[in-house]
Design a protein around this ligand. Structure first.
Ligand code: NAP
Ligand code: MG
Length: 507
């Protein structure tokens, strides 16, 4: 991955290379607040070079035209290779994203390995060719639908789960035979860059996967608007998602967007609080709330309000915030100095709007990590759904507790948002749970749980949380073009009466 200068290179056409400009940028470890790596800074020309490499690999057929079985076996190899590189991968992920090593080693790496294995299996079983029923009129024909790769797919990924969310695009994109250009988030390009080497060692032909870190405003915009890119997949903020759609519109690219959320978490009166209380902490605190599907609005019946809040504050008070490389640590830093400021400014807005701060609210400087970007897990009560802390995605460890009167009231509040990524309900009554799950306008709903996603289940948003789905066979379909082929079986001109029905075609 390293160039002779010690800088991480761009991965283009199977090689790590310098950027055309020769410029680099720093990757900061958010737990310490200082630079731990330099990375070649990709710009418009580098994206162009990567798109050319992707296009030429695509047209050559080295990957796009090999059998699904062969592609699946390379995906299996990628999964094996990720296991081999697990420690290095985990370290890169922790150092750049501030994730805890505990989570990355026990969850993220496993999820990505499983993702490639699942995509391999899906690829083997995918309906690459589906016959349509024979119809006698106007004349007999064979009709079938085939799936083809889309072509060159661009992927722009975020910094919260760089490895997982990058691979949510890479794995299905490759599975379906596309060539790809990936632009990772500037805070966290390292683990994605390692995927280049891993895929090459696993047998992926050069040029099929290209990885170009660089600023969103140059590298990202060039990729999203590039005339030779056929599809763009994006995960990040709703604001940038809108921009991506505009840029992609120029050449009518296929677009999938995974955007923000402000997911409602509803505790019903009959909930088992021994599960719902820690579960609701898990829902808003995983990775410091820097998760698009975090349960950040907790809707509690008035009757249970005080008990739930008191018990949650007790759980939160015992959490260990600090060194992400310490296995005992529960919460690491937020991603950046800027994100820390954003979170603190939302906490200020909450106070000013009249919400009641129950726990947290301040920056922390853990011993030995004084310059890291740490913030206390924070709970507000007395929140009204119109307050900024209830309406806007904070992307920090901040919970808004909103009391409700009855179920209709809860559902009204739950759906009163521009977002629709996820939601959840806690109840002992399975029927009621299902009823609420159906009523929440969101792409994923948990009953008595949170955050558990599966690589075989679709993930994506209603409303302004996105377009399209990732994962599962729905996710794979997003990386295919659909072609209908009609093969006429009518050999005889006389029987082709439909030629003459509209115009008379005589020879
Ligand atoms: P962002 O700006 O949406 O960044 C996501 C990705 O888009 C990064 O790779 C970024 O590159 C790139 N990008 C930025 N501007 C672009 C443009 N004009 N054209 C093409 N690509 C562009 O997210 P952020 O600024 O890092 O975070 C802001 C907020 O977004 C967060 O506070 C959170 O609310 C939300 N967010 C949501 C998710 C999610 O999973 N839904 C993930 C991350 C953030 P650079 O890194 O070079 O800017
Ligand atoms: Mg941004």
């Amino acid at each position: 991955m390293f160039l002779p200068s010690g800088v991480y290179g761009l991965f283009v056409d199977g090689q790590y290379i310098e950027s055309v400009s020769g410029e680099t940028f720093d990757v900061i470890d958010p737990s310490m607040g200082f630079a731990v790596a330099q990375v070649a800074k990709g710009g418009a020309e580098d994206i162009d070079r990567a798109v050319k490499a992707a296009r030429s690999s695509f047209e050559s057929g080295v990957w796009s035209r090999v059998s699904p079985k062969e592609r699946a076996s390379v995906l299996d190899n990628i999964a094996k290779k990720i296991m081999e590189y697990a420690e290095q991968m985990a370290l890169l992920e922790v150092q750049s994203s501030g994730a805890t090593i505990r989570r990355v080693m026990s969850s993220d790496i496993m999820l990505v390995v499983d993702l490639f294995l699942q995509m391999a299996n899906f690829t083997r079983d995918f309906p690459h060719k589906e016959p349509l029923a024979a119809i006698p009129l106007p004349g007999p024909s064979h009709n079938f639908v085939i799936r083809e790769p889309v072509g060159v797919c661009g992927a722009i990924s975020p910094w919260n789960f760089p490895l997982i969310l990058g691979c949510w695009k890479i794995a299905p994109g490759l599975a379906m035979g596309n060539s790809m250009v990936v632009k990772p988030a500037s805070y966290t390009p390292l683990s994605t860059l390692l995927m280049g080497q891993i895929c090459k060692e696993a047998g992926l032909p050069d040029g099929v996967l290209n990885i170009v870190p660089g600023p969103g405003s140059t590298a990202g915009e060039t990729l999203a608007s590039h005339p030779d890119v056929d599809k763009i997949a994006f995960t990040g903020s709703t604001v940038v998602g809108r921009r991506i759609m505009q840029l992609a519109a120029g050449t009518i690219k296929k677009v999938t967007l995974e955007l923000g959320g402000k997911s409602p978490n509803i505790i019903l009166e009959d909930a088992d609080l021994d599960i719902a209380v820690p579960g609701s902490c898990f829902a808003f605190l995983l990775h410091n709330g820097q998760v698009c599907e975090s349960g950040t609005r907790l809707l509690v019946p008035q009757k249970l309000h005080d008990e739930v809040v008191e018990r949650m504050c007790h759980v939160i008070g015992r959490l260990k915030v600090g060194n992400p490389l310490d296995l005992e640590t529960d919460l690491g830093p937020v991603i950046s100095a800027q994100q820390l400021e954003t979170v603190l400014s939302y906490i200020e807005a909450g106070k000013q709007d009249g919400a009641k701060l129950m726990v947290g609210g301040k920056r922390i400087r853990p011993e030995g990590f004084e310059e890291g970007y740490y913030v206390e897990p924070t709970v507000f009560t007395n929140v009204n759904n119109d307050m900024r802390i209830a309406k806007e995605e904070i992307f920090g460890p901040v919970l808004s507790v909103i009391p409700y009167k009855d179920l209709d009231d809860a559902l009204r509040i739950a759906n009163d948002t521009i977002y629709g990524l996820a939601g959840g309900v806690w109840t002992k009554d399975p029927k009621k749970g299902l009823e609420v799950a159906r009523a929440i306008k969101a792409g994923t709903v948990w009953i008595n749980d949170w955050h558990l996603l599966r690589n075989d289940a679709p993930f994506g948003g209603y409303k302004q949380s996105g377009i399209g789905r990732e994962l599962g066979h729905f996710g794979l379909e997003e990386y295919t073009q659909v072609k209908h082929i009609h093969q006429s079986m009518v050999q005889d001109r006389q029987r082709r009466f439909w030629y003459d029905r509209i115009v008379t075609l005589k020879e």
